[in-house]
Design a protein around this ligand. Structure first.
Ligand code: SAM
Length: 183
């Protein structure tokens, strides 16, 4: 682990809301991969194929964790419980406030649930969230929005995160692929 490197002050989870059956398998999986690689400690899914959860669990098993993967049965209940246990909810949407204007206020909270949608999210979500945050006001992608939000939130420090219980690890090199087997 890098000296002085710590993401522990915050506990960031991601909720992926909305998923088109079959068609979104890859992008929903990528939401989880980005959440893990960019400093979140877990992802919640609502209405996804088991395949999405299974492939993320395989990644955690091979590349390390801790990283929590869970399917929930009610997103409203989940958000309410998160808020009741002193967490805040940040919804990423092109219609929200510019990210840089709200980051410091968001950082003041320890537990943060970042919500990303697929198509149109239910309108009541806007009323249940503490922040609606835009990564620019142009339409793009939940994967891009999540990556940019987390990278700005952790100021790049998340890229140095060491994962525990990994079976393999990359040795960065200027050419080719170097991997070490850890156990
Ligand atoms: N009209 C949607 C919206 O509210 O942002 C765009 C749908 S987009 C295909 C799917 C998801 O990507 C959205 O629910 C949102 O979480 C995220 N997203 C897309 N563009 C974004 C932006 N500029 N800022 C923040 N999030 C964005």
């Amino acid at each position: 682990m890098q000296r002085g490197f710590s993401l522990e002050r915050h506990e960031v989870f991601v909720l992926r809301l909305g998923h088109r059956y079959i068609r979104d398998i890859r992008i929903s999986t990528h939401v989880g991969l980005v959440a893990r690689a960019f400093g979140a400690v877990g992802v919640y899914y609502y209405n996804v194929e088991k395949q999405v959860l299974d492939s993320l669990k395989k990644v955690v098993d091979r590349w390390g964790g801790p990283f929590h993967v869970e399917e929930i049965t009610s997103w409203k209940k989940m958000i309410q419980e998160w808020k009741d246990s002193s967490g805040i909810v940040v919804h990423l949407t092109m219609y929200g406030e510019p990210v840089d204007t709200v980051l410091n206020r968001i950082r003041a909270s320890k537990r943060i649930l970042v919500v990303v949608g697929a198509e149109k999210v239910p309108s009541e979500l806007y009323r249940m969230t503490d922040y609606n945050v835009a990564i620019g006001s142009q339409p793009h992608s939940e994967v891009a929005a999540l990556a940019v939000f987390l990278d700005r939130f952790f100021e790049g420090r998340e890229l140095g995160r060491e994962f525990q219980n990994a079976k393999i690890k990359v040795v960065p090199s200027s050419r080719g692929k170097r991997l070490v087997t850890l156990k």
